[in-house]
Design a protein around this ligand. Structure first.
Ligand code: CS2
Length: 465
């Protein structure tokens, strides 16, 4: 008998009504927000309509499975399998009219997003990068609609960047006369609610500033820290599913046992009882977010650029190497010294998570989009300590490793701003170090001692080849 496909009728629970929209359906959200929604005690009332990023692949894979997929939690001592049913429906990003229909529905209560750092389209000062060709084209499309636009007219158009998609949704929601809504971005960006609202509001200013007053009254921006290490899916997981679960899952998600979600903000139209699944609701996310961004993501980026040069492919292989581990420890001590919350036990727990032998987390994957990651993960510590007159070797090494990566060492450069950041290098190593430093912490540009220290750190990394 052939192995059956994964279907809702046979393996899942009934689709819950759609009250959540997610933008950026990928493995992370499937292991995180969708898992919390699945585990909320009121999950029958909260279904997710999830939209892919530009590539429609995930919708193509999950559509025939009614949005279902298997979460494979990979602990050091083995795997556990769970069918997640909280995604009621999946859409490719090209289903723009459908996105607008959800926004125009009074049932919609929360919009979450995982669009990556690059998906915010921020200029260096955090405002919307209107010089970006995709952003400019989207703003033009929405401007052309004029102020007397109807929902049907919005649906008949299409925009691709996340800030413009949210704005188009808000324009439709205003016309529909629907009110309260919370937007909860879930990307690794400090104060992600504020960062996302800034670019959406900038888009509104460029298209129809009158929507700003309406949004001020009706749209709440929440902020959160998200954490769960979730590698890409491989054939191994697909085979494990068939073997253990007895059905064919086109796209199971591997993840680690650890998970954390710390949220702050208002939810005037309600939200799933995510606390019942273990989420923490706080007034101020910042201390948790800094600890996670600097300690976990910062060390991830350090390893992603330095460790492939030494010869490692995964986090698990890199962290057990004494040299890499000493680099990570040094970075943690520097980053930790700027935190207002305890971090030593957190660091010990990170080592255990990184060492998990069942998680194959590729350094090359983490290396993507360093242009967006280094400034938020490494720069604050480098700036703070250097301004205090110190020479923080751990942070310097991370910058040096990124410079080497841009120069062509280690994993290939995959970056939304590849042209810009590749142009930072290609001269003498001193010149490269100076331009990279200026990009990472503009206020430290021209610090000759620091530039020499970056060169020295780069040579040290290369010597471990
Ligand atoms: C990683 C993150 O790819 C990356 O940049 O640092 O995806 C990391 O695995 C998650 O933030 C863990 O919560």
């Amino acid at each position: 008998m052939s192995t059956p496909p994964l279907t809702r009728a046979q393996f899942g629970r009934p689709a819950a009504p759609i009250r959540l929209v997610h933008i950026g359906l990928g493995n992370f959200t499937r292991a995180h927000q969708a898992w919390y929604t699945e585990h909320a005690d009121d999950h029958d009332e909260w279904g997710i309509a999830a939209f892919t990023g530009r590539r429609p692949t995930m919708a193509e894979l999950l559509g025939p499975q009614d949005g279902l997929y298997t979460l494979i939690t990979k602990g050091a001592d083995g795997n556990s399998f769970e069918v997640i049913s909280s995604v009621s429906v999946v859409h490719p990003a090209s289903d723009f009219a459908q996105l607008i229909d959800y926004f125009a529905s009074p049932d919609l209560a929360v919009v979450t997003s995982t669009v990556t750092e690059a998906g915010y389209y921020r200029a260096d000062d955090g405002s919307l990068d209107t010089d970006n060709a995709d952003v400019a084209a989207d703003l033009e499309t929405l401007r052309e609609l004029g102020s007397n636009v109807s929902i049907e007219e919005i649906k008949a158009t299409s925009v691709t960047t996340a800030p413009a998609r949210i704005l188009a949704g808000l324009l439709a929601r205003r016309i529909a006369g629907c009110e309260a809504l919370t937007i909860l971005p879930c990307d690794n960006i400090p104060d992600n609610g504020k960062a996302f609202s800034r670019v959406v509001k900038d888009a509104a200013r460029a298209v129809d500033p009158s929507v700003l007053d309406w949004a001020e009254k009706h749209v709440a921006w929440a902020t959160c820290m998200v954490d769960r290490i979730t590698p890409a899916t491989t054939d191994t997981e697909r085979e494990e599913c068939t073997k253990v679960q007895g059905y064919v899952d086109a796209s199971p998600v591997p993840t680690e046992p650890f998970t954390e979600w710390v949220i702050s903000g208002e939810f005037p139209a309600g939200r799933p009882n995510w606390e019942s699944a273990g989420a923490t609701i706080v007034d101020d996310v910042e201390p948790y977010e800094q600890r996670k961004l600097w300690m976990l993501n910062g060390s991830h980026s350090l390893m992603a650029y330095a460790a492939p040069i030494v010869g490692f492919e995964t986090v698990g292989d890199a962290i057990v190497d004494p040299t890499v581990r000493s680099w990570v420890d040094e970075w943690w001590a520097e980053a930790g010294s700027g935190l207002s919350v305890p971090w030593k036990e957190y660091a010990d727990a990170l080592v255990e998570r990184f060492e998990n032998p069942n998680i194959r987390h590729l350094l090359a994957q983490i290396a993507h989009d360093g242009s967006q990651k280094i400034p938020v993960r490494i720069a604050p510590t480098l700036k703070r300590l250097r301004e205090a007159g110190e020479m923080p070797t751990g942070a310097i090494r991370a910058v040096a490793a990124w410079m080497l990566h841009l120069q062509g060492h280690g994993a290939p450069v995959v970056d939304a701003s590849a042209d810009r950041v590749k142009a930072l290098v290609g001269n003498s190593v001193e010149k490269d170090a100076a331009t990279v430093l200026e990009y990472v912490v503009p206020s430290l540009a021209g610090d000759t001692e620091l530039i020499s220290a970056i060169v020295e750190a780069a040579n040290e990394i290369l010597s471990k080849k």
